[in-house]
Design a protein around this ligand. Structure first.
Ligand code: UD1
Ligand code: UDP
Length: 387
C-alpha cells in the first residue's frame, strides 16, 4: 500500500445503516488517498433487511462480514466487539493499521465498534451524533450516549444534535453540522422509486392510503402496548386503507400475542419488510405515515408527508418543529385527531430542514479527509460547519 494512503473503516450492521452509508461511500470515491474498507457486522442478515439495500443502492459488497446475527444486547454487542477487535488486530499485525473508524446511527453495531476502536486508540467519527431522546429505556439512547462520548468527530444531522453535545461539554472543533445522509439517499432515489409499479400491484392510489411501520421494543415487545396499537390501527383503517410493512421483531411479537391486524372490518394490508425503492415509493405517495422509526420521521419531513409518530418522545425534534411529524405516543384520541386533520387537509405542511439537501455525504467525506490530512482529487462544494 502506498505511503500516502490512509485507511478508513466504515461500519454498517442494520437496515438504516446501509441507507446512510451509500452517500458517504460515493463521496469518499473523490479521495483516492483514502482506502475505504466496508465492514458489515451481520446484525441484520435477512435478504429483505440487508441484501436488497446493497442491490438497490449499488453498495459495494462488504470487504469484511462479521456474521454476528441476532442475540440479546450483551450477546450481540459482545460478538461484534470480539470479531471487530480481531479484524483490527489482524490488520495492525499485518502492517496495515486502520487510521479511522466511521460509525453510523445508534444501533448495537455502532456502539460495539466504537468501544473496540476507542480502546485500540483508533479515532472514531460518528455520523448522526448528538441526537438525544432523553429516554434511557431506549437501547438506542444508551448507544448514542456512549458512542458520542468516545467519538472525536461528531457529525450532526440537525441543530439539536449540536446543542446536546455542547451541553455535554464537547467543543466546537469536534462538532460539525453536516446535514442528513439518509436524505441524500432519498433525494437520489425518489424519482426512480415513484416509477415503480408497487402501487398498481397493491391496488393503491397515490394519496389514498397510509403506511405503517413499528419496531421499537417499547411498542412491540409489550403485548398490551402492541394490542392497544393494533386496535388503534384497525380503527384508523376504517377511514383510510393502511399498508403495514412488518419488521421481523414485530412479526414475531404479533404472532406470540396472537394478534391479527387484518379482519373483516379493517383495511390493513400486511406486508413483510420492503426493499428501499418499493418502500420509498409507498411512503412518498402516501396520504400519511404512522411509525416509530427514527429514519422515517426524517424522510417524511424531507418530502412533506404527514407523519404521526407512535412514540412519547423523539431524538429528532426538528421533524416536529420544522417538519411534518407529530408525536402521538399511543394515545388513541391524539391519533384520531391527527388522522382527521390530515384527511381534512388541515395538517401543517412543514418544511425541509436546512442542509438536508443531498450533499451531507460530500460534507462528511471532506471532514474525514481533513481529519486524515488529505485533499480531494476534485474540489467538492463548500459547506457550512458548526463553529
Ligand atoms: C435494530 C436496532 C434499532 C433499529 C433497527 C432497524 C439495536 C439495539 N436496535 O433493531 O435501533 O431501529 O434495528 O431496523 O441495535 N431479525 C430477523 N432478521 C434479521 C435481523 C433481525 O429476523 O435480519 C429478528 C430477530 O428475531 C432479532 C430481532 O429481529 O432477534 C431484532 O433484531 P435486532 O437487530 O436485535 O434489533 P431490531 O429490532 O432489528
Ligand atoms: N425502510 C425500508 N423498508 C421497510 C421499512 C423501512 O426500506 O419496510 C427504510 C425507511 O425508509 C428508512 C429506514 O428503512 O430509510 C429506516 O429504518 P428503520 O425504521 O428500520 O430504523 P430506524 O430509522 O428506526 O433506526
Amino acid at each position: 500500500m502506498s505511503e500516502s494512503l490512509r485507511r478508513l473503516v466504515l461500519v454498517v450492521g442494520a437496515r438504516p445503516n446501509f441507507i446512510k452509508a451509500a452517500p458517504i461511500l460515493d463521496a469518499l470515491r473523490e479521495y483516492p488517498d483514502i482506502n475505504v474498507t466496508l465492514v458489515h457486522t451481520g446484525q441484520h442478515y435477512d435478504a429483505q433487511l440487508s441484501d436488497v439495500f446493497f442491490e438497490e443502492l449499488h453498495l459495494r459488497t462488504p470487504d469484511i462480514h462479521l456474521q454476528v446475527g441476532s442475540g440479546s444486547h450483551a450477546v450481540q454487542t459482545g460478538r461484534v466487539m470480539e470479531r471487530f477487535e480481531e479484524y483490527l488486530q489482524e490488520e495492525r499485525s499485518a502492517g496495515r493499521p486502520v487510521d479511522r473508524v466511521v460509525v453510523l446511527g445508534d444501533v448495537n453495531s455502532t456502539l460495539a465498534c466504537t468501544l473496540v476502536a476507542s480502546k485500540m486508540q483508533i479515532p472514531v467519527a460518528h455520523v448522526e451524533a448528538g441526537l438525544r431522546s432523553f429516554d434511557r429505556s431506549m437501547p438506542e439512547e444508551i448507544n448514542r450516549i456512549v458512542t458520542d462520548s468516545l467519538a472525536d468527530l461528531l457529525l450532526c444531522s440537525e441543530p439539536a444534535g449540536v446543542e446536546n453535545l455542547r451541553r455535554e461539554g464537547r467543543t466546537g472543533r469536534e462538532i460539525h453540522l453536516v446535514g442528513n445522509v439518509m436524505i441524500d439517499t432519498l433525494l437520489e432515489n425518489v424519482e426512480k422509486a415513484q416509477n415503480r409499479s408497487i402501487l398498481e400491484e397493491l391496488n393503491l392510489l397515490p394519496g389514498g392510503y397510509g403506511v405503517v411501520t413499528l419496531h421499537r421494543p417499547a411498542n412491540v415487545d409489550d403485548p398490551n402496548q402492541l394490542r392497544r396499537l393494533v386496535r388503534v390501527l384497525v380503527e384508523v383503517s376504517r377511514q383510510i386503507p393502511l399498508v403495514f410493512a412488518v419488521h421481523p421483531r414485530t412479526a414475531r411479537a404479533l404472532e406470540e400475542a396472537k394478534l391479527q391486524c387484518s379482519s373483516a372490518d379493517s383495511q390493513i394490508l400486511m406486508l413483510g419488510p420492503q426493499g428501499y425503492l418499493d418502500f420509498l415509493s409507498l411512503t412518498s405517495q402516501a396520504k400519511l405515515v404512522m411509525t416509530d422509526s427514527g429514519g422515517l420521521q426524517e424522510e417524511t419531513t424531507a418530502i412533506g408527508i404527514p407523519c404521526l409518530t407512535l412514540r412519547p418522545n423523539t431524538e429528532r425534534p426538528i421533524t416536529i418543529y420544522e417538519g411534518t411529524s407529530t408525536l402521538v405516543g399511543s394515545d388513541v384520541d391524539q391519533l384520531r385527531d391527527g388522522v382527521e386533520a390530515i384527511l381534512d387537509g388541515d395538517y401543517p405542511n412543514g418544511r425541509c430542514p436546512e442542509l438536508w439537501d443531498g450533499r451531507a455525504g460530500q460534507r462528511i467525506a471532506r471532514i474525514l479527509a481533513d481529519a486524515l490530512a488529505l485533499r480531494p482529487a476534485i474540489t467538492t462544494p463548500s459547506f457550512q460547519r458548526a463553529a
